[in-house]
Design a protein around this ligand. Structure first.
Ligand code: NAD
Length: 484
């Protein structure tokens, strides 16, 4: 079992080696790849690069485990999953440190809250059920709708919330009677390998297999005829590829993809009180968040004061190493994303947009640090408004008319989430009803819950996670009709 044990002169050293979890066993790979700390770009560990044969072994193990696991009662599976939650809780501190080290998010804030939320999710999902629905019960006839497991599910996760988004898939998949092969992003494999190891202590062999390696393993999963479903969180481009390759055996597919979430601040809003909330909604996790506020529309009557106060609030926030307790925002998780942001910043500068805060990236720093950056009222068709930056840069836009702003928000091909802020709840709700998104918050934001379905419209995804709908997404609907 791994432990995260030493910090020598500020250099983090992780016990080696991290291992794959296949059929209840911890397994080495023939080759490995480096995992970097994004705050220093130093190697913190090596992760196993699984071969395609090892992926086959993991899928075989999940197939064999499916029969006995799905034959257990819901209550039996629930007990296993609660044991998993307890086992995670016992190793929580190490998981938090590991998350901070490989992802970059501050240990004392976001890394802790992600791990806490993930463990809570596992425990709470284990208590949920999918009751049989009686559609008809007459003298002659009964119609019942049941949910049956799908079989082996492939889970593919991104690098921004590797623990939470991974366990969001594991718990509902297993409680509904499926088995799983999970493949984390090659940028952040360690936390998933770590919770995979923990799972092997409490779950029957083969129920949860965790495999790290390159993107080609993800493709192998999506093309594999034995997998019944792919549950994917990541970019829209990869989502489209998964949908295409999953067509071969009509896999069930849940896609949680990118977004370009808008927040709309209505006239006469008590805007000073909402600035801290909107700041964190945009810049939390350094903007590397599918549901981060990525476009902030503020009514022209308050735009100028709003931008000035927002900049003032943002100015005091510290970007730095997530191990440092004074850090508010960590680095960008990887160089690929950092380079995308360099390009986007260059576009902002070359077009001469107003940048009242930030804007200058110090490329001499060892870590992938990007300053908190605000762009004041760039054109609607600018890249910074139209693209998902996935970094700590936010355009604050001005609008005059409610129909105009709704049209601008809805013109995006994405439809993940959005929020409306206003003094009068009913008129804010009326605006919310016209926004094209899977989730719309009014005078609050980023509330999630075990029983609250979450998913995107348009290019932001297909299907939902969480809620009864999310659980049902891991099942087939089976209708029984009995003649009395
Ligand atoms: P990505 O699509 O590059 O990678 C995600 C995962 O897909 C990784 O595990 C990767 O190895 C795997 N993968 C890559 N190519 C594959 C292929 N051809 N077949 C199968 N798997 C493949 O995304 P990312 O850069 O890791 O994550 C950032 C994106 O994720 C952003 O667009 C963000 O908005 C989105 N995201 C969405 C949500 C949501 O819930 N909607 C949550 C978090 C992140």
């Amino acid at each position: 079992m791994n432990s995260i044990n030493t910090f020598i002169s500020g250099i983090e050293v992780l016990d080696q080696p991290f291992k794959l979890s296949i059929n209840g066993k911890l397994v080495n790979a023939q080759s490995h790849f480096d995992v970097l700390n994004p705050a220093t770009n130093t190697v913190i560990a090596q992760a196993p690069s699984a071969s395609s044969e090892q992926m086959e072994e993991a899928i075989d193990a999940a197939i064999k485990a499916f029969g006995p696991w799905s034959a257990k009662t819901w209550e039996q599976r629930s007990t296993y999953i609660q044991d998993f939650a307890d086992a995670l809780e016992a190793r929580k501190d190490e998981l938090i440190t590991l998350l901070c080290l490989e992802q970059g998010k501050p240990r004392h804030s976001m890394a802790t809250s992600e791990v806490d939320a993930a463990i809570y999710w596992v425990r709470e999902v284990s208590k949920r059920t999918l009751p049989v629905k009686i559609i008809e019960d007459t003298d002659q006839h009964v119609v019942e709708v049941h949910h049956t497991p799908l079989g082996v599910v492939g889970a593919i996760t991104p690098w921004n919330f590797p623990v939470l988004l991974g366990l969001w898939k594991v718990a509902p998949c297993l409680i509904t009677g499926n088995t799983m092969v999970l493949k984390p992003s090659p940028y952040t494999p360690l936390t998933s390998l770590f919770f995979g190891e923990i799972a092997q202590q409490v779950l029957p062999a083969g129920v949860l297999n965790v495999i790290s390696g390159g993107n080609e393993l993800g493709q192998q999963m999506t093309e594999h005829p034995a997998l019944s479903k792919i549950s994917f969180t990541g970019s829209t481009e990869t989502g489209k590829r998964i949908m295409a390759s999953g067509a071969s055996n009509l896999k069930r597919i849940t896609l949680e993809l990118g977004g370009n979430d808008a927040a709309v601040v209505l006239p006469n809003t008590d805007w000073e009180t909402i600035i801290p909330t909107l700041f964190w909604a945009a810049f939390g996790n350094s903007g590397q968040w599918c549901i981060a506020v990525k476009r902030l529309y503020v009514h022209a009557s308050i735009h100028e004061q709003f931008v000035a106060a927002f900049v003032e609030y943002a100015r005091g926030k510290v970007v730095g190493d997530g191990l440092d307790p004074s850090t508010d925002l960590g680095p960008i998780q990887n160089r690929m994303q950092y380079n995308k942001l360099l390009d986007l910043f260059a576009d902002v500068h070359s077009n001469g947009y107003k940048v009242p805060l930030g804007g200058h990236i110090d490329e001499s720093l060892a870590g992938n640090f990007i300053p908190i950056t605000i762009v004041d009222n760039p054109p609607e068709n600018s890249r910074i408004v139209q693209e998902e930056p996935f970094g700590p840069i936010l355009p604050i836009l001005s609008y005059n008319d409610i129909n105009e702003v709704i049209a601008r928000v809805n013109a995006s091909p994405y439809g993940l989430a959005s929020s409306v802020w206003g003094p009068d709840r009913q008129s804010a709700i009326a605006v919310a009803k016209r926004l094209e998104a899977g989730t719309v918050w009014v005078n609050e934001i980023h509330i999630h819950g075990i029983d609250i379905p979450f998913g995107g419209h348009k290019l932001s995804g297909m299907g939902v996670e969480n809620g009864e709908e999310g659980l049902a997404g891991f099942t087939n609907t089976k209708t029984y009709m009995f003649h009395k």
